[in-house]
Design a protein around this ligand. Structure first.
Ligand code: FES
Length: 101
């Protein structure tokens, strides 16, 4: 596994997604109102919507294209739709955000 720095906590607004490019990959970073930070693949499993542009409500993000509801914590698509978004383990150290790849 590789650990990569992908930004700072300070530059991440609460409940606003942020798109971060890591090599060929795009991640959607979210900071929830409890301060916890999560990283998901920035691609909706339905038709590839940009999840970092979605509306955040509680621990869910609503895809900006067709409104699928996706858990930011575990990437699971909520019923009646189904599917899953890949999630990445986030670590915070000295205000910096790292993910495990
Ligand atoms: S692309 Fe996300 S709901 Fe359709």
């Amino acid at each position: 596994m590789t650990r990569m720095e992908i930004g700072t906590v300070q530059r991440l607004s609460e409940r606003l997604g942020k798109c971060v490019k890591v090599g060929q990959m795009e991640l959607a970073l979210f900071r929830l109102s409890d301060g916890r930070i999560y990283a998901l693949e920035n691609r909706c499993p339905h038709k590839g919507g940009d999840l970092s542009q979605g509306i955040v409500s509680g621990e869910f993000v609503f895809c900006p294209l067709h409104d699928w509801k996706i858990s930011i914590k575990d990437g699971k698509v909520q019923a009646p739709d189904h599917g899953c978004v890949k999630t990445y383990k986030v670590e915070i150290e000295n205000g910096k955000i790292y993910i495990q790849l």
